[in-house]
Design a protein around this ligand. Structure first.
Ligand SMILES: NC(=O)c1ccc[n+]([C@@H]2O[C@H](COP(=O)([O-])OP(=O)(O)OC[C@H]3O[C@@H](n4cnc5c(N)ncnc54)[C@H](OP(=O)(O)O)[C@@H]3O)[C@@H](O)[C@H]2O)c1
Length: 320
C-alpha cells in the first residue's frame, strides 16, 4: 500500500478528552497554549542522534536523541502512570490517560512530539474502545503545536501522519470510526484469520488495510505484529501507545527498546476487583524473569516527571 501522506487533525488526550462528558473548550486550549511551560532537563545521555527540532519544540522539550532506525525497527512505548502505578481508572468517562496525567499539557506536548518522530503508532483494540474518535497523530493530541509537528515531520522526511495500527485478535472493532474512515490517516488492523473474516463481512473502508496472522488464535505474537507493520513499508520508528495488554505482549517477547513514562503526581488507589490497570497486564515477569531497564533521561514539568528507560531487546523479526 502506498504510504500516502495525509493530514490528521483531531482531538484526543492521553485519550480521555473525547470520552469525558465535557470536552475542553477552545478557550481552555488557548489558555493551555499560553501556559505551556518548557520541561527542565535533569539528566540526559548522549546516545543516538540529536533530532533537529523546531526552535519552539527545542525550547519546550530540550534535546531529543533517537537511535538511527535505518536497518532495524526501533520500538518505543509511551505511557503515563500515577505514583501508585495505575494507568487506567477503568471508570466510565475516566478510563483514558488524561485522568491519569491530570490533563497535563506538557504530557500532551511530549506525546505529540513522540508521534511526530514516529513512522507508525500501534494501539490495541481496548485503547481504541476507550477513545473511539481519536486519531493517533501529533496534532490529534496536542493541536496547539500542529505547525511545529508538521515542520518537524517534513524535516525528517516523514509522511504527514504516522501509520495508525490497531491490534485485535477478535476483529470485533467498529469500522465506521474516524481512524478508518476520516481519510486523515492510513490505518492497518493486524488480526487473526478469524478476526479478518469477521471484519470482511462488513464494508471495509478504502484507507484501511487488514493483515491476518495465520495459524494464530487469541494473542498475536508481538513479532508478528512488527512483521505485518514492516510489510507496509511505513518506516522503522514504531511507537506503542498501549494499552497494557498489547504492551505486555511486546515486553514478553523482549521487543521494546525504550519506555517513555510520565509519572503523574497522584495516588489513584485501588480496590479489590476494581479492574484498574497497570503498565503491563496479562503477563508476569518478576521475580523469575524481571525486565530491568536503564534510566537514560529525566525531565521535570512542574510536579510531573518525564522518564525514559532503555531495555535490552531482541532484534525485530526482519530488517526492513
Ligand atoms: N495511561 C496510559 O498511558 C494509557 C495508554 C494506553 C491505554 N490506556 C488505557 O488502557 C485501557 C485499555 O487497556 P487494555 O489493556 O484493554 O488495552 P489494549 O492493550 O489496547 O487492548 C486489549 C485488547 O486489544 C486486543 N489485543 C491487544 N493486543 C493483542 C494481541 N497481541 N493479540 C491479539 N489481540 C490483542 C485484544 O482484544 P480483541 O482481540 O477483542 O480485539 C485485547 O483484549 C484504556 O482505558 C486506555 O485508555 C492508558
Amino acid at each position: 500500500m502506498d504510504p500516502t501522506c495525509r493530514r490528521g487533525s483531531d482531538f484526543g488526550g492521553r485519550s480521555a478528552e473525547f470520552t469525558m462528558s465535557a470536552p475542553p473548550a477552545l478557550g481552555d486550549i488557548m489558555r493551555d497554549q499560553v501556559a505551556l511551560p518548557p520541561l527542565e532537563t535533569l539528566f540526559e545521555t548522549k546516545h543516538g542522534r540529536a533530532l533537529k527540532l523546531t526552535p519552539n519544540l527545542t525550547r519546550l522539550y530540550g534535546n531529543l536523541r533517537m537511535p538511527q532506525a535505518r536497518f532495524r525497527q526501533h520500538v518505543f512505548s509511551n505511557f503515563v502512570t500515577t505514583l501508585d502505578g495505575v494507568v487506567s481508572l477503568q471508570a466510565k468517562g475516566h478510563a483514558g490517560g488524561a485522568d491519569i496525567s491530570g490533563f497535563s499539557v506538557q504530557d500532551r506536548m511530549v506525546m505529540g512530539l513522540l508521534r511526530a518522530i514516529a513512522d507508525v503508532v500501534i494501539v490495541g483494540s481496548g485503547t481504541l474502545d476507550a477513545d473511539p474518535r481519536h486519531l493517533w497523530t501529533p496534532d490529534g493530541i496536542c493541536p496547539e503545536l500542529t505547525d511545529d509537528y508538521r515542520r518537524l515531520r517534513k524535516a525528517l522526511r516523514k509522511c504527514v501522519t504516522p501509520l495508525n495500527v490497531i491490534v485485535s485478535g477478535s476483529g470485533q472493532i467498529d469500522l465506521r470510526l474516524p481512524v478508518f474512515t476520516s481519510d486523515r490517516v492510513q490505518a492497518l488492523v493486524v488480526t487473526t484469520t478469524a478476526g479478518a473474516n469477521h471484519m470482511r463481512k462488513r464494508k471495509v473502508p478504502h484507507s484501511l488495510e487488514i493483515r491476518a496472522i495465520h495459524r494464530c488464535r487469541g494473542m498475536i505474537p508481538a513479532s508478528s505484529v512488527l512483521d505485518a507493520v514492516g510489510q507496509m513499508n511505513a518506516g522503522n520508528r514504531i511507537l506503542i501507545e498501549g494499552g497494557p495488554r498489547l504492551l505486555g505482549e511486546f515486553y514478553a517477547r523482549r521487543l521494546v527498546d525504550e519506555q517513555f513514562l510520565t509519572l503523574a503526581p497522584q495516588i489513584a488507589g485501588r480496590d479489590d476487583g476494581d479492574g484498574r490497570l497497570s503498565l503491563v497486564m496479562g503477563q508476569t515477569f518478576a521475580p523469575r524473569s524481571a525486565r530491568w531497564g536503564t534510566l537514560t533521561d529525566v525531565r521535570r514539568g512542574s510536579n510531573h516527571l518525564f522518564l525514559r528507560y532503555a531495555f535490552p531487546s531482541m532484534p525485530a523479526p526482519k530488517n526492513y
